[in-house]
Design a protein. Structure first.
Length: 149
């Protein structure tokens, strides 16, 4: 005859950890996405790259957002390559006025009747794809963090 003794206290401890698994996975996925967004963000002055923050929207809901209000334009493009597919023109004046941060007119005041805009960088999509590919690995990491494995 074989006798098996089961430590109920230890089982309850494991079950409590399993309850924490989903939240740990969500935290690890959000942290990974934030890291990927920081890595993939185009850098001019570094404001966009350093501004990605994780917000806790609930126990199993995280949002990674940026305070840089221009992130959407850099990601999706503007002008001819943007969602409206047309040149950027002035709304109330005869010309646009700006100081380029790159190129032969860097730092100089430029006037133009229209500009082509910028091409989309799609760094948000690249970051999300990179994180999605790592989800199985992040689940295993979460199991190891909770010492369930």
């Amino acid at each position: 005859m074989v006798r098996i003794y089961l430590d109920v206290k230890e089982m309850n401890n494991v079950l409590d950890k399993i309850d924490d698994l989903d939240e740990t996975v969500v935290n690890n996925v959000a942290t990974n996405l934030q890291a990927n967004l920081k890595m993939e963000s185009p850098v001019d002055e570094g404001k966009l790259q350093g501004s990605w923050t994780i917000f806790n929207d609930g126990p199993l809901e995280k949002t990674v957002r940026t305070a840089a209000n221009y992130a959407e334009y850099v990601n999706d493009g503007t002008g001819l390559d943007g969602p409206l597919h047309r040149k950027i023109t002035p709304k109330t004046k005869k010309a646009l006025k700006f100081k380029p941060s790159k190129g032969p007119f860097k730092g100089k005041t430029v006037f133009a009747k229209s500009v082509k805009g910028i091409k989309p960088r799609r760094f948000v999509e690249k970051s999300m794809e990179r994180t999605e590919r790592r989800i199985p690995e992040l689940v295993i990491q979460s199991i190891n963090q909770l010492k369930l494995g």
